[in-house]
Every structure is written in structure tokens, then in C-alpha cells.
Ligand binder design. Structure first.
Ligand code: NAP
Ligand code: MG
Length: 454
């Protein structure tokens, strides 16, 4: 049995250790989940719904505690962490409506009656990254449980505390022990076993594109269902006809939220050349105004990066070769701090423009016209999100239809709203989470024909 030491990213202090699940423990947990699944699926729909609502109530009652765990373990600002805990409760409430509405269809056929059923898959394995431990767990576990599946969930090694707490809260709500289990452990041990164990019938993975491809390849061996939420290098398109003051004031929050550790971060700002200088002049005070500091202070807008290793990776992109146009400040002393940084590379092929940095670093480049804006936005393997700033409604819609990404917003940086589908085009992923159809991703359609002939 090995253990991992957890560190507060804002102070570098050790905050505790967590035991890592072994392969044998993972197998045992999957077996228990497999055995528990038929009874969970056989519960009366209203009873499954009630348990999910009780789980939501427990999360709501514990939200302040969960939020503080995330501040300490992940360095999230307290404002964000409160939103994240609330998001888990909201998502549980939203999908608690599903068990009583898992409708099939009666389809007209000759010679009998035809019915469809939404059948659970079995055990669902969820692999969660360190950037948004609570919401990403909730987006998978809530619709999976609602669909009658049992769930085994592996948090990231660096950030297991809120997931472990969610498992306790589920138990307190009356959800049977083996229906939702959290297994802290290594990706290469626990996560990999979700891929190879035949009783796990679906893997939901959020993380890097590199590991996502391996997961997909591994799942192919068993034709295992898979949902992938991977990286992004998202464009924020600012047209000359935009409300420039609004666009510039909002741009830092579209990329520096969660210290840029967000697959939806708008990390490529593209500005129409005729207003480029004006936009940069407006952007400077907005970037310098981002409040970086103690995550426990409700006024703080940006905290530290997750780890020393990640800090080294992000730092490698600000290497003195690409001009730094604007850079904010960070607190003195310990902590994995990186300042909000705006780069103006000379080429759209620079690696700061093509690679996901996953930190508070944004590039700004000019474009001439709408066609070039769309071409530049699409000049990436990724396709997760993006924003369009314009006061012209027709242009807003035209460009939104032209950008190859799963989640676009016009005059806003919003990507994730639990009522609406979320996911990526191209190398940003496969499948969708959230929204009205998410439970369909956790069920199989079964067709039954009943002959009425004598
Ligand atoms: P990662 O390696 O893809 O890790 C994501 C999750 O997958 C973690 O729980 C990890 O476990 C697990 N994992 C790792 N290797 C695995 C394997 N072979 N089989 C099954 N599970 C495995 O991501 P990372 O290393 O933390 O971050 C690297 C980069 O990925 C970031 O810099 C960023 O560009 C991107 N990223 C994207 C997102 C997103 O939301 N789309 C989130 C996080 C990271 P361990 O904790 O044990 O490694
Ligand atoms: Mg990794």
C-alpha cells in the first residue's frame, strides 16, 4: 500500500496523506459495484430519485466544508470553490428527475407492439483530473447513478479530498456503499484497471488528450463505451464592432479563471486589426486589475497553480523569446504562483499559440476580416469552446456556426451550464456531458417486439 502526500498549492504546506488503492483493491471495488448494480437498477424510480435528491441535500448542507477542502487541496479561490460545491448539488438535483422519466418509445410496427427501454450499462468508471475535482465528478456520477448504473470514481492523485467527502455524503444520504465508490490511486493503476476490467462497461475520462487517446484505444479491446473531455486552445474573437470596453474587461476572466487551469480557457485572443491597439490599451488595466492572492479571501480572483511541476511547465512557455505585452503580480513567499501574462507572438504557429499551456498565459494576435477570424480560430486540433464579441447579431451567429467547437458563447465567456450539452469537437473529446440528454450516454437502448398474432 502506498500513500501520497498532499500539499496546499498556496502555501506548499503538507496538508495530509491519502492511501492509494492497489490493483487488488480496485478489482475488489469493481466486483462490489458489479454485484450492487442490479438492486440499484431495480429500485422503484421514485426511490432512486429520492436518494439522489437526499444526496444533493447533503452536498448543499456540506457546501462550505467542501469548498474549504478544495481551497486547501487545490488552491481554488473560495468564491469558485463555493460555486463548484453548489454545482454538484445542482447537477444531482437536475438528474434526480431522470429516473422517473427514463421513457422508452412505442413504435408502430405490423404484427405486434414494439417498445424501447433505456437499460443501464452496469458499472461506470469515472477518471477525474485535478483542475475541477468537484464539478467533473458530479457531471458523470449524477447521470450515471440516475440511469441505474453503479459508479467507481478515481480522483486525480493531487486532489482526492472532495471526492472522498462526496462518497461519505452519498452514504449519509442512504445511497448503498457499493453504488458509489471513490478510489484514490494512480492513473496507471486504478484508472487503467477501469479500462481493462470487463465488468466496467463505460469509462468517462477528463484530462489530457494524450492519455485520452490511450483510454480510447484500451476501451476498443472490449468495445467499451467511452466519453472523453480533453484539452482546448480556445479562441476569443473580438470584432471591431464589439463593445470593446466590455470585451476587454471580460477577457482576463475568460482565461485566468482557476489560474488558467481550465480546458475552456479562452487562451487565444484574436482581435480585428483596426481596433488592435485600442483593445490592448483597454486590456492592460483589466489584466493588472485581476486580484491574485490568498484563495481564502473572498475578494481574490486568481490563486496559484496546482503543483511545482505544473508551475515549471507553464513557466517554460514564458521563456523570453515571445514578447510579454502585459504581466500582473503575484504574492511573495511560498506557493506555486504564476502572474496573469499576455503574450504577443509574431506568428500563429508559435507554440504559445498552438499548445495548451493550462496556466494564466494568453496570446493576442490580429486578424483582418471575418473569414480570417474563423480560419485562425479553427487552426488547431482542439475544438472545445470559444467566444465571439460583436454587436452584430448576424455576425455573432455566423461566426458561432463557423467555429469548429462544441461550446460557443456570444458576448460572454460562459461554457458550462448544467442545463446544456458540454463537450468537444476534434481532439477535444468524444461525446457530451450535461444537458437534457446526458442520461442517454449512460444507458443502452433495448428494442422489444411483442407479437400480437394468434
Ligand atoms: P492526465 O495525465 O490526463 O490525468 C487526468 C486523469 O487521468 C488523472 O486522474 C490521472 O491520474 C489519470 N490518468 C493518467 N494516466 C492514466 C492512464 N494511463 N490510464 C488511466 N488514467 C490515467 O492529466 P495531467 O497529467 O494531470 O495534466 C496534463 C495536462 O492535461 C494539463 O497540463 C492539461 O493540458 C491537460 N488537462 C486537461 C484537463 C481538462 O479538463 N480537459 C484536465 C487536466 C489536465 P493521476 O492523477 O494518477 O495522474
Ligand atoms: Mg499525467
Amino acid at each position: 500500500m502506498s500513500a501520497v502526500q498532499l500539499r496546499n498549492p498556496a502555501t506548499e504546506q503538507v496538508i495530509g496523506t491519502v492511501e492509494l488503492a492497489s490493483l487488488a483493491e480496485t478489482d475488489a471495488a469493481i466486483e462490489r459495484a458489479h454485484r450492487a448494480q442490479p438492486a440499484w437498477a431495480a429500485l422503484a424510480p421514485a426511490d432512486r430519485a429520492r436518494l439522489l435528491r437526499r444526496f444533493a441535500e447533503e452536498v448543499e448542507a456540506d457546501a462550505e466544508h467542501l469548498a474549504h477542502l478544495e481551497v486547501t487541496n487545490s488552491g481554488h479561490t473560495i468564491g469558485n470553490a463555493r460555486w463548484e460545491a453548489g454545482n454538484v448539488a445542482n447537477v444531482l438535483n437536475y438528474y434526480s428527475a431522470a429516473p422517473e422519466r427514463l421513457f422508452g418509445r412505442q413504435i408502430p410496427v405490423p404484427g405486434g407492439v414494439n417498445l424501447t427501454f433505456a437499460e443501464p450499462l452496469g458499472v461506470v468508471g469515472v477518471i477525474v483530473p485535478w483542475n475541477f475535482p468537484m464539478p467533473i465528478a458530479g457531471w458523470a456520477l449524477a447521470p450515471a447513478l440516475a440511469g441505474g448504473n453503479t459508479v467507481v470514481l478515481k480522483p486525480a492523485e493531487l486532489t482526492p479530498l472532495t471526492a472522498l467527502r462526496l462518497a461519505e455524503l452519498a452514504r449519509r444520504a442512504g445511497i448503498p456503499d457499493d453504488v458509489f465508490q471513490v478510489l484514490p490511486g494512480k492513473g496507471t493503476v486504478v484508472g487503467q484497471r477501469f479500462v481493462t476490467h470487463p465488468a466496467v462497461r463505460k469509462v468517462v475520462f477528463t484530462g489530457s488528450t494524450e492519455v485520452g487517446k490511450q483510454i480510447m484505444a484500451g476501451c476498443a479491446a472490449q468495445v467499451k463505451r467511452v466519453t472523453l473531455e480533453l484539452g482546448g486552445k480556445n479562441a476569443n474573437l473580438v470584432f471591431a464592432d464589439a463593445d470593446l470596453a466590455r470585451a476587454a474587461a471580460a477577457a482576463p476572466y475568460g482565461v485566468f479563471d482557476n489560474a488558467g487551469q481550465d480546458c475552456c480557457a479562452r487562451s487565444r485572443i484574436l482581435v480585428q486589426r483596426s481596433v488592435f491597439d485600442e483593445f490592448m490599451a483597454l486590456l492592460e488595466p483589466a489584466v493588472l486589475g485581476v486580484v491574485v492572492g490568498d484563495p481564502n479571501d473572498p475578494a481574490t480572483e486568481m490563486g496559484p497553480l496546482i503543483s511545482a511541476a505544473h508551475h515549471a511547465k507553464v513557466s517554460s512557455y514564458v521563456d523570453g523569446l515571445v514578447p510579454v505585452a502585459i504581466q500582473g503580480k503575484v504574492p511573495d513567499g511560498p506557493g506555486f504562483w504564476f502572474p496573469p501574462t499576455v503574450l504577443t507572438p509574431s506568428s500563429a504557429r508559435d507554440r504559445t499559440v498552438t499548445e495548451e499551456i493550462f496556466g494564466p498565459v494568453v496570446t493576442v494576435l490580429p486578424f483582418e476580416d471575418e473569414a480570417e477570424a474563423i480560419a485562425l480560430a479553427n487552426d488547431t486540433d482542439y475544438g472545445l469552446s470559444g467566444s465571439i464579441w460583436t454587436e452584430n447579431l448576424g455576425r455573432g451567429l455566423r461566426v458561432a456556426r463557423g467555429v469548429q467547437a462544441g461550446n460557443l458563447s456570444v458576448n460572454s465567456h460562459s461554457s458550462v451550464r448544467y442545463w446544456t450539452p458540454f463537450g468537444g469537437f476534434k481532439s477535444s473529446g468524444l461525446g457530451r456531458e450535461l444537458g437534457p440528454d446526458a442520461v442517454a450516454a449512460f444507458t443502452e437502448t433495448k428494442n422489444v417486439f411483442i407479437s400480437t398474432e394468434e
